[in-house]
Design a protein. Structure first.
Length: 398
């Protein structure tokens, strides 16, 4: 297929803006629906794309859900006699779900759910109530709060203590259950992010120059912790902590940001941040790319005014991101970031044509894991191989 230089230049000028928009195309964004009510929220996702969270049912009650691509949204019910439940964490294989549910006496209790055993009450540290926020990769260790942060294993709930005051909460746990992260009040009654191990106890991770911090997520090996902390100006900023150093991950042009989840290797962080207009938007952060607005990167997947407000969790392998946004209502979403090899139809209009060819040429030489559909063969680089696929299929479907 031959083109004159003049035709190439004319096409390039006409397509530059559309090429910029298509350069970050994802495989898919799936809106997960509800259990019959008007809203749903996703808090956890497994390596195989099982999503957990909570939704309102047709009666307006809050119910924990487990969503799969094959079965849709499943109501996990409640503890005996209760009326509501919420799910916050899921094991790596999607088989174990943890969260909180109300019991007949009106108190709320941490639960651990499996398909075979249903919803199990994990009890408390001696008080009235408890909540489970996260679970280890194999589903055996559960962490949460019952007045104080707890670690549950084999039917035993362990009090993890505090940082000098009387309250703490555990929000995240490493893959093997040995490292727990969360927030505890110090002696000055200020919230501080902590990292707990059996040998070292509860370590205060500090702040970004302010006086408060929260830890929400931890890498598989427990070495990387993410959360939010105040800076010297009193602004909340997403952080990534490693080897004693707390890094400010910045914002999307606004003043505040929160980090909630991190991939197993600690390389990818997700959360929410304010943009220059002061609106909250879901973000993904990497060392090479910094903080990106997922609404910009995956703009081609967002239709009818839909918006991704908050990225709450990322699967251990970094493929899936879940949270919630606006889709005619507040609704949970599943973002699949996997690159999918294709026939060269970059803009997915059913026709391999000039626009697709120019998209690849415009991105030629780019490398990375977030190239989208311009990386036609999904090898991490836009090169001759991608160009040849487009040329070989040129005119297909047109």
């Amino acid at each position: 297929m031959c083109y004159t230089q003049n035709r190439f230049n004319a096409l390039l000028s006409a397509c530059v803006l559309s090429l910029i928009a298509t350069a970050g195309w994802s495989q898919s964004i799936t809106w997960l629906g509800t259990l019959g009510g008007h809203e749903s929220y996703a808090y956890g996702v497994s390596d195989n794309g099982v999503v957990v969270g909570w939704s309102r049912n047709a009666d307006g009650q809050l119910r924990a859900f487990r969503w799969t691509a094959s079965g849709g949204m499943q109501d996990l019910g409640t503890l005996p006699g209760g009326t509501w439940s919420e799910a916050y964490g899921v094991s790596a294989d999607g088989a174990v779900v943890v969260g909180v549910a109300r019991i007949a006496a009106g108190q709320y209790r941490a639960f651990r759910w499996t398909a075979s055993g249903g919803m199990r009450d994990l009890d408390t540290l001696g008080g009235c109530c408890s909540t489970a926020y996260a679970v280890s990769a194999d589903g055996s260790v559960v962490v949460g709060a019952s007045g104080r942060a707890f670690r549950w294993e084999n039917g035993v709930m362990q009090d993890l203590g505090t940082l000098g005051s009387n309250q703490s909460r555990a929000y995240g746990v490493s893959a093997d259950g040995s490292v727990v992260v969360g927030v505890a009040f110090n002696a000055a009654v200020r919230e501080r992010a902590f990292r707990w191990t059996a040998s070292g106890g509860m370590l205060d991770l500090g702040t970004l120059g302010g006086d408060r911090s929260y830890a929400y997520g931890v890498s598989a090996d427990g070495a990387v912790v993410v959360g939010r902390a105040t800076n010297a100006a009193g602004q909340w900023r997403a952080f990534r902590w490693q080897n004693g150093v707390m890094q400010d991950l910045g914002t999307l042009g606004g003043d505040w940001s929160y980090a909630y989840g991190v991939s197993a290797d600690g390389a990818v962080v997700v959360g929410e941040a304010r943009n220059a207009a002061g609106r909250w938007r879901a973000f993904r952060w990497t060392a090479s790319g910094g903080m990106e607005d997922l609404n910009t990167t995956y703009a081609s997947q967002l239709t009818d005014g839909s918006v991704l407000y908050q990225a709450r969790a990322i699967s251990p392998d970094g493929r899936y991101i879940v949270g919630w946004g606006l889709n005619g209502r507040i609704e949970a979403f599943l973002l699949d970031t996997r690159c999918t090899a294709h026939n060269g139809d970059v803009d997915r209009n059913g026709c391999v044509d000039d626009a697709d060819l120019l998209a690849v040429l415009f991105a030629f030489g780019s490398t990375g894991s977030n190239l989208g559909r311009v990386d036609v063969n999904c090898d991490g680089v836009v090169d001759d191989a991608d160009l040849l696929i487009v040329l070989f299929n040129f005119g297909s479907g047109c």
